[in-house]
Design a protein. Structure first.
Length: 220
């Protein structure tokens, strides 16, 4: 005798929450997300279908496998995942659960999803994100991008949240979390301070040469 799981037939697709890292294709024409655990090596689009991460030919989600998309039921549970050091740069996603799914105590494992909203964390300095800048690492064919403010972007390639949403398509909304006071205090790092000192020294040298020209002092 085989036990059958109870079947649900909701009038509307369930809503779930998860965390993921925004990614940009190597040619800059597509945007999507990559997971932070089991599915980290398989970037996905805003509207996408899950496959088995182990390469098996069964359809996800399979009862005897842990394949498929994963999400939790409530937003607070997903936000709590962002407290760990390795996940603090991840975005919070609100998703629509589509297709077949398996319900668990805290969430779903399911076949298809649509990402409705992506909320970007603050920049490490605490300012609200205004850009998504190259994080310096990625997956084959995809570059991970992360929240940044204008000051902390530096010389990194970057795009705005609106540009990311346009490349991702499917009506994705990209929001920025409010400014945080828990990050590093804003200010200049050592390279910036050295550059400022060099600029001030150059201005001082110019001022002294101009002063010498007017006073007739040519000692330098």
């Amino acid at each position: 005798m085989r036990l059958r799981l109870p079947e649900e037939r909701p009038t509307e697709p369930p809503t779930g929450y998860k965390i993921a890292r925004p990614v940009l294709s190597h040619d800059g024409t597509r945007a999507g997300f990559t997971g932070v655990s089991l599915g980290a090596g398989l970037p996905y689009g805003v509207l996408d279908e899950a496959g088995c991460v182990y390469g098996r030919r069964h359809r996800a989600p399979h009862r005897r496998c842990d394949c498929g998309f994963h999400c939790v039921h409530d937003r607070a549970t997903a936000e709590a995942l962002l407290c760990t050091a390795e996940h603090r740069r991840a975005a919070l996603l609100e998703v629509t659960v589509l297709g077949a799914y398996i319900r668990f105590e805290r969430g779903f494992r399911y076949a298809r999803q649509r990402v409705r909203t992506a909320t970007l964390p603050p920049c490490p300095c605490g300012a609200a994100a205004v850009l998504l800048a190259d994080a310096g690492w990625g997956r084959p064919g995809w570059r991970v991008v992360e929240s940044a403010c204008g000051r902390c972007r530096g010389g990194r390639a970057a795009l705005t949240p609106a540009e990311f949403a346009r490349l991702a398509g499917q009506g994705l909304r990209v929001l920025a979390a409010p400014e945080s006071s828990g990050g590093e205090p804003p200010g200049l790092g050592m390279p910036e301070l050295m550059a400022e000192a060099a600029l001030l020294q150059a201005r001082l040298d110019w001022f002294q040469s101009e002063l010498a020209r007017f006073t007739g002092d040519q000692r330098g």
